[in-house]
Design a protein around this ligand. Structure first.
Ligand SMILES: [Zn+2]
Length: 255
């Protein structure tokens, strides 16, 4: 290969790398392991962790956190942030410092908290995200949006702020990939939105990229797989914790 050809190939390679890295920095975190790991394994891990934290919170406070915590000044905080702030011992040192910088005495979308989410939100995002969530494929790599959550709490009361006592096998958190809810935003899904639609499955309702099921967390912290062909009556019983064969839906994946 002559020198001129080798130089032009080198410069082409350099240009391609520059374009590739440019896409990388503009699209978010590079998830290098995702291509090799079936996405239901990390999804199970994240949901089991959420289930464990919800149960620990209940042990400490006597009830699950409400989907939206409202302080005396009317500022709203999502249960996702409440869990992270309740258990700093489960955060890394830098995560603990970052979480302490969140202004809980301000609205979740105050300019300072938006700045906080831009600077630190990516550190916590993977805890509330399923890798089957829509991604952009570039040069064979997978890219995920660090803003949106895949997991919403099931809201049973109209105002969505009051925690309720629930049967152990009732469903408290469901997968809603594509819901476009920022992970620290106090917004979840009303049980009527799931049950009163023509189909409980689809964008804005129960949704996942897993082929046959949508995952969920029960009040006892267990993770279950809800089949996408389940009847509406069976789904209602599962959500309410009154299904006679509730344990047959348990995810077999181990942590
Ligand atoms: Zn998932």
């Amino acid at each position: 290969m002559n020198l001129r050809l080798r130089l032009s190939m080198k410069s082409l390679l350099g240009m391609w790398l520059a374009m590739y890295l440019g896409v990388a920095s503009s699209c978010g975190r590079f998830d290098s392991g995702a291509a090799q790991t079936p996405p239901d394994i990390p999804c199970d891990r994240s949901l089991r962790c959420i289930g464990r934290w919800l149960c620990l919170y209940k042990e400490k406070h006597g009830t699950f956190p409400p989907s939206t915590l409202i302080d005396a000044n009317g500022n709203k905080t999502s249960w996702r942030l409440v869990l992270l702030r309740s258990f700093p011992e489960y955060l890394s040192g830098p995560q603990e410092v970052a979480m302490a910088a969140y202004k809980s005495d301000q609205p979740w979308n105050s300019p300072e908290n938006i700045e906080w989410s831009n600077a630190h939100g990516g550190q916590f995002h993977s805890r509330f995200f399923c890798q089957t969530e829509a991604y952009v494929e570039e040069h064979g790599a997978r890219w995920i949006d660090e803003q949106f959550t895949s997991y919403l709490m099931v809201v049973r009361q109209q105002d969505g702020v009051e925690a309720m006592p629930l049967p152990e096998s009732a469903i408290v958190v469901v997968e809603c990939t594509g819901c476009a809810v920022s992970w620290w935003k106090p917004e979840d899904i009303c049980i009527n939105t799931i049950l009163e639609a023509d189909s409980p499955f689809g964008t804005g309702r129960l949704n996942s990229g897993h082929p046959d099921f949508v995952k969920a967390v029960r009040a006892d912290g267990e993770v279950i797989n809800i089949p996408k062909d389940i009847t509406k009556n069976d789904l209602r019983d599962l959500l309410d914790g009154t299904h006679k064969e509730a344990d047959s839906f348990l995810s077999k994946r181990k942590r």
